[in-house]
Design a protein around this ligand. Sequence first.
Ligand code: NHW
Length: 396
Amino acid sequence: LSSNPSARRHKFWETQPVGQFRDAGDASLSDGAIEPPTPLSEVRADPYPLPSAFEWFTCDLDDDSLLSDLYSLLAHNYVEDDENMFRFNYSPAFLRWALRPPSFFRSWHIGVRAKESKKLVAFISGVPARIRARDAVVRMAEINFLCVHKKLRSKRLAPVLIREVTRRVHQENIWQAAYTAGVVLPTPITTCRYWHRSLNPKKLIDVGFSRLGPRMTMSRTVRLYKLPDAPLTPGFRQMELRDVAAVTRLLRAYLAKFVVAPDFDEMDVEHWLLPQEDVVESYLVESPETHEVTDFCSFYTLPSSVLNNANYATLKAAYSYYNVSTKTPLQQLMNDALIVAKQKNYDVFNALDVMENESLLKELKFGPGDGQLHYYLYNYRIRNGIKPSELGLVLL
Ligand code: NHW
């Protein structure tokens, strides 16, 4: 029973307005909201009850010491790989960026702390977004950073956090959400795979992230992954504030091709894509003749702690974010992104098989990872789901 995820019972998720496994193939169900909004006056006014030793606590991320508490909770208790060799290590600057986009709600930065010690023991967050699903642009919450301290696992705290964030999202008259997870829940709209491109193969092998290929030596491996010293495309440069309008135009035209994608305006682009050291990097191609911006690529910085290794404490990883090509072939653009990531000392460049990525991953020497990433929508049905290549959304 348990080896087939769709046969497992989900005591919590079975009560929620999400696609249920038993709905698969039911032709009477249509795309769109699963249940209608309730009148705001009927949204529960009080927070859900917590076990008596704990209290709700809204994390004000302006406050450096609260930001640092959140950082440590996640650095010690957030997502690990299946073999517990690595754990995501989102930086404080990254968390501030991820949690404070245009029109964010402070009340959606939800902590749980011990009443007595005031120690932060659990967290969940949402940020507002407009996401297009087929022809409909829907106001949604993007839910992320769900975390329960290792000592408090398996006590059904996660469903309380999820119910509470749902209540606070409803209070803003928003009824849909998007989220990703490595675990299978009812029911993914699509399932993606991470691909990894070694930039510093020696370190990746030393820390156990990758293995020497069959019949490969270390020096052949280093040669295999060697990259030019500087980007190759004429006019390739970092994005600046003055480029926001041009990048927004490029990105909107490109994302229109996908079935599910964010609906970015200039404010979103300024927030999500303007470079910030060690948080997000964006580059574009400005034609040397016409000065027109024709292509764009970006990645974000998410290091992982290396657990139990004598020589290294962290892996510096770049994650492919949004890329648009109109003149420069996508593969050449991504190759330039690899080159700048190497210049900036990243150890590995990761990308999902979303959008048009699949076509260039093998050519650029990415290898498939073992983890899967499932994408979900809350209270929104997309019958039969979509393919990763139909997805134009990257969540952090
Ligand atoms: S995915 C990263 C999630 N975080 C981690 O993996 C960190 C390490 N793990 C933990 O901290 C990105 C705990 O294991 C967590 C579960 C807290 C994950 N999503 O408390 P119990 C996100 O942040 C269900 C959703 O005993 P626990 C996205 C599980 O299936 N549900 O477990 C977050 C079961 O329900 P079921 C998850 O191990 C999206 C129940 O939780 C889940 O102590 C959230 C067990 O609870 C996951 N990743 O704590 C949904 N992992 O029905 C947002 C487990 O199967 C929905 N569960 O019995 C939208 C809300 C807004 C709507 C607005 C309209």
